[in-house]
Structure formats: structure tokens, C-alpha cells
Design a protein around this ligand. Structure first.
Ligand code: GLU
Length: 551
């Protein structure tokens, strides 16, 4: 009669090492007291979810704040979902946001606990599984997908919890002899964990965000090794976070329900349980209902969306930190700082419920952050982000672009009209001759219909003669008022309203005439700045063009 030890040796003949050997190979980290080891453990499915960026930001921050280590582990055991090359893309996207692990899979392995790609760690998992099997705590399961489905239907009909457990775990009672015979006969199999838990008992664990959590013990004989020789998430989590010496596992709250499985696995393997922090999921309001951000329906579920739109990396991080800690916004206001390094993150300032994605708040932070940059910085970043066509314009009109980006920059009342780099072109393209020409041909100069064409013409002709660029903004504006007065425009909206019959309009209308004539737009940055940047020749050319277009 064969024993479990025989079965383990039969299934894993190539494995000679034990867990004790692995402990020696991957010794504890040499870190000061309180230093946290955290990780980001994405699956390379070709998509960095906003929620994953959030999780990695927090994990990175916790390690940084405590002088610990943040590493990246690539969880690529689900080969069906894997998108070729997306592991490297993930690393690049994270780096774009300044989340730059110093250890882990960074395009290649860096660090003492390599390999950091789970598909290359099969040997390590097998060492652990062999040991569990020797103790009778892991066994091969030969149930086919059809059989499992049948069991599920029976369980459903009887209102039982679906799954492979107790009497439904039929391969659990196979003797080692039977198991070996079936493997010899070529039957495909997976390896399952033999749970000793009881669903009627509760297990309690501490969550850094939520405090103590009590849930039913695990009693499922979960699959730990798939037929392709790779482990499932649950098993790889226990083995990797143990041997890589993670101190706090920071992951999405969707994993809370699996925690009892993990607790039993750590315990059975003889591993110390790490601390857990389950972070809230980012949700969205959809017809009044909260739901998870969906990869399929919501562009904002994907981090690449924010890169494509040109949100400054800092803005997205600051926004995510405002979700992470409820005191963060107050801190930014008090300290006039968006420097995340200066902010002390804490788990107990974290919201427990799914947080709502708030585009307006992201825009608010983003505008603030872009407003604080120098014009050169905005130019450089926009250039880096821009497509070839926009890049060419930025080069050709470098002087004008830089000057345009400098309009009302800095100071208390800085202009805040750019929430993302994509907002720059529609505003500054008025300085690009080709674009302005195109706009003129498409929409022309849409002056206020109430003001007669000959008045508009007269105003523009007068402006051409009287405009003095060298004057300071306020003084210049007074000359516009005077010009208006010469053509029966009130010097303010208020005066106009008191006696509308006496005037054609007011100074705002005069400014609009000039603005529309020159830019074909009703809204632009400060008009005086626009004129100065364009220069007299170009302004005059555009005014002549406008005058000629008035019928
Ligand atoms: N690979 C898992 C995921 O992408 C990681 C969860 C964890 O951080 O443990 O959801």
C-alpha cells in the first residue's frame, strides 16, 4: 500500500528540496524595525486599471514612508488571459507615474528573491506542494469540468454552497494507490489543497483599513496546481509573499472573501501571516447606482486613458491620494503643497466604502498643478505628449507657444484653463497662422448681429490706427474704452444698461469685435497679451481680412 509520501515522490520526482531549503535560499530581509515590504502584483492582461494604479500608489507610499521596500511581482499564471508584452508595458506605465520599484520584475528580474515572474517559479511552488502532499494536505483531483458542473447543479438544487468541499470533494478520499493508478492510466489531473476548515466556524483577521474582520472559515479544497503545472492565485500568493518577505499585502477589497483560504494556506505551510490592507474599489455613478469602473464601458477605468488625454502624472496621483486619505485635501490647502512625499499616509484615514470616481475633482487638481508649472515646463510636457502634427506646430511657433502659455501664469490669480495637455491646442492654436486661416475659412468672424456691420468696420479701422501695443494692459484697455466712446459704446456694461438707447453697445462689445476679428473666437486668453504675441503685422493682416469679410 502506497503512502502520501510515495504519491508525492511519484508526482514530483524532480523535486528534492524542501521548504526548509527554500527558507535558507530566501532569507529574511535585513531591514530596520517598522520598515514595510509591500508589492504590486499585476497580471499582464494588457491593461492597467485605475484601481491598480491606486493600489500600487498606496503600496509604494507605505514602503517609502517607512524606509522599506516596494517590489513588483508579475502574476502571469493565467496564460489564457495574458497579453504578450504587456508586463513590460505595465512597468512603463507605472514608471510614467513615478512608481518605480527598485526590486522585482522590471522588464527583467532585479533583486535577491528572483524570479519575480510567477510562471518562472513553478519549481518553488512544487517544492511546497510536494511537502503538503507528503503530509496528506494536497491531493490529485481527476474530476472533469463536466463532473464539476454536475456537482454544482446538484448543490444549487439543494440550496447548498457551490464548490469542491466535504462530501462533494470526491477525489479527496482516493487512496494514493488509486491516484497513482489513474495517473499511470494517463488521466489528466490538478492538485487540490485538502482543507480542514469548518464553514460554521469563524476566523478573524486584522485588516489595516477595516480593523478586525470575522468571516466563515474556509472549507473548500481549492485547486493549487493547475494541469498546466502552474499554481492558482491563492497558492502563489501564500508562497510568494512568504518567500519575498512581504510585510503588508495591499490589494483590492475584492480579495477579502478569499482571506480565509489564504489564512488556512499560510497556516498549513507553516508561514507567518502577513498584515493585510484591503483597499476600497473605485466606483462610478451610473443612473444613480454605484458600480465598479468597468473595463468595457468606462474609458476612465484604464490608466492609459489619462495618459492619452494628457493629464499630468502628478494630477492623477494627487487625485488618487485624495481618495486614499480623507485628510489629504485639507493638508494640501494648509501646506500649499501637492508633494506627496511630504504627506504622511495612514490606513485609518481611508474610506471603507467603494469610492466614486470624480472627474471634476481630477480636473480641479490638474488645473491647479498645471497652473503652478512654468510655461517652459508646460511646453515641454505638452511637446512630449503631442502627436507629430502638434509637435511640428510647437516647433514652428515655439516663441508664440511659449508666450501663449505664459499668459497670466503664476501669482495668486493664475489662469487655470488647462486640465490636461489636450486642452492646450484648442486654446493656443489661435496663434498658429494655418489654424487661424482654417477657422476663418470655416466659420469666419461671427460678430454680434445687433451691431451694424459699418460700425464693426469703423471700430476695426480705428483700432488699426489707434492701437498701441507698448502700453500696459490697463492703460491699453482705457484706450479701448476711448475708442469705444468715439463709436458710441458705453465705457462699461453698467453705464450701458442704465441708458441702452444712447449707445450701440459697451466696451465689452468693442473688445469682442477686436477679439473675433483677430481670432475668430469669442473666448481667448487675455486680449492684450494675444495682440502683443501676434505682433502688429499679423494683427493688422487679420483685421484687414475681417474688414474685407464684412458685407
Ligand atoms: N494578481 C492579483 C490581481 O491582479 C493581485 C492581487 C494581490 O495584490 O494580491 O488582482
Amino acid at each position: 500500500m502506497k503512502t502520501y509520501e510515495d504519491l508525492a515522490n511519484y508526482i514530483f520526482p524532480e523535486i528534492n528540496e524542501t521548504i526548509a531549503d527554500l527558507e535558507k535560499k530566501y532569507p529574511a530581509r535585513n531591514l530596520p524595525e517598522g520598515a514595510e515590504v509591500t508589492r504590486f502584483a499585476p497580471s499582464p492582461t494588457g491593461f492597467l486599471h485605475l484601481g491598480s494604479l491606486f493600489t500600487s500608489l498606496v503600496a509604494h507610499k507605505v514602503a517609502k514612508d517607512t524606509g522599506g521596500v516596494f517590489y513588483l511581482r508579475l502574476e502571469d499564471t493565467d496564460t489564457k488571459r495574458e497579453v504578450e508584452g504587456s508586463g513590460d508595458e505595465l512597468v512603463r506605465q507605472l514608471a510614467h507615474f513615478g512608481i518605480d520599484p527598485k526590486e522585482g520584475y522590471l522588464g527583467h528580474d532585479v533583486g535577491p528573491y528572483a524570479p519575480y515572474k510567477q510562471s518562472e517559479r513553478a519549481y518553488i511552488y512544487k517544492v511546497c506542494i510536494k511537502e503538503l502532499m507528503k503530509k496528506g494536505r494536497a491531493y490529485p483531483c481527476f474530476c472533469s469540468a463536466e463532473q464539476l458542473e454536475e456537482t454544482r447543479q446538484i448543490q444549487e438544487a439543494m440550496k447548498m454552497i457551490p464548490g469542491y468541499y466535504g462530501e462533494y470533494a470526491i477525489c479527496r478520499t482516493n487512496t494514493p494507490d488509486e491516484a497513482i493508478a489513474r495517473i499511470e492510466a494517463g488521466e489528466p489531473y490538478v492538485v487540490r489543497f485538502k482543507s480542514m476548515g469548518n464553514h460554521n466556524n469563524k476566523v478573524t483577521f486584522h485588516d489595516e483599513v477595516r480593523g478586525d474582520i470575522s468571516i466563515a472559515e474556509n472549507d473548500m479544497d481549492i485547486v493549487i496546481l493547475k494541469s498546466d503545472g502552474l499554481p492558482t492565485y491563492h497558492f502563489a500568493h501564500a508562497v510568494d509573499d512568504h518567500f519575498m518577505h512581504t510585510t503588508t499585502v495591499i490589494r483590492g477589497e475584492e480579495w477579502i472573501s478569499s482571506a480565509p483560504i489564504h489564512i488556512e494556506l499560510f497556516d498549513t505551510l507553516g508561514f507567518k501571516l502577513p498584515k493585510y490592507a484591503h483597499l476600497p474599489v473605485i466606483m462610478k455613478l451610473d443612473n444613480g447606482n454605484k458600480r465598479k469602473l468597468s473595463k468595457r464601458k468606462d474609458p476612465e477605468a484604464s490608466v492609459s486613458h489619462f495618459i492619452e488625454e494628457g493629464y499630468p502624472r502628478e494630477a492623477l496621483l494627487v487625485y488618487l491620494m485624495s481618495i486614499a486619505n480623507s485628510n489629504f485635501e485639507e493638508w494640501t490647502a494648509e501646506n500649499h503643497s501637492y508633494n506627496l512625499d511630504e504627506f504622511k499616509f495612514s490606513f485609518d484615514k481611508m474610506s471603507l466604502d467603494g469610492v466614486l470616481f470624480d472627474q471634476d475633482k481630477l480636473n480641479f487638481f490638474s488645473k491647479e498643478i498645471i497652473a503652478q508649472m512654468s510655461n517652459q515646463e508646460v511646453y515641454d510636457r505638452v511637446y512630449e505628449w503631442a502627436d507629430d502634427e502638434f509637435k511640428a506646430k510647437l516647433e514652428k511657433y515655439k516663441k508664440e507657444s511659449l508666450a501663449a502659455l505664459n499668459i497670466e501664469r503664476g501669482g495668486e490669480k493664475a489662469r487655470k484653463d488647462y486640465a490636461a495637455y489636450k486642452d492646450v491646442y484648442p486654446i493656443i492654436s489661435l496663434f498658429y497662422k494655418e489654424d487661424n486661416e482654417k477657422e476663418f475659412n470655416e466659420i469666419g468672424c461671427q460678430f454680434k448681429p445687433e451691431i451694424p456691420g459699418d460700425v464693426v468696420k469703423a471700430v476695426l479701422e480705428d483700432f488699426k490706427k489707434s492701437n498701441d501695443y507698448s502700453l500696459a494692459n490697463d492703460v491699453w484697455f482705457n484706450t479701448v474704452k476711448e475708442l469705444g466712446a468715439r463709436h458710441k459704446f458705453a465705457e462699461s456694461g453698467k453705464i450701458f444698461k442704465q441708458n441702452p438707447e444712447a449707445y450701440v453697445g459697451h466696451v465689452g462689445d468693442v473688445a469682442e469685435i477686436i477679439r473675433v476679428a483677430i481670432t475668430c473666437r469669442k473666448n481667448t486668453p487675455n486680449l492684450h497679451d494675444v495682440l502683443v504675441i501676434l505682433g502688429k503685422d499679423e494683427v493688422d493682416r487679420r483685421i484687414d481680412r475681417a474688414i474685407a469679410s464684412i458685407k
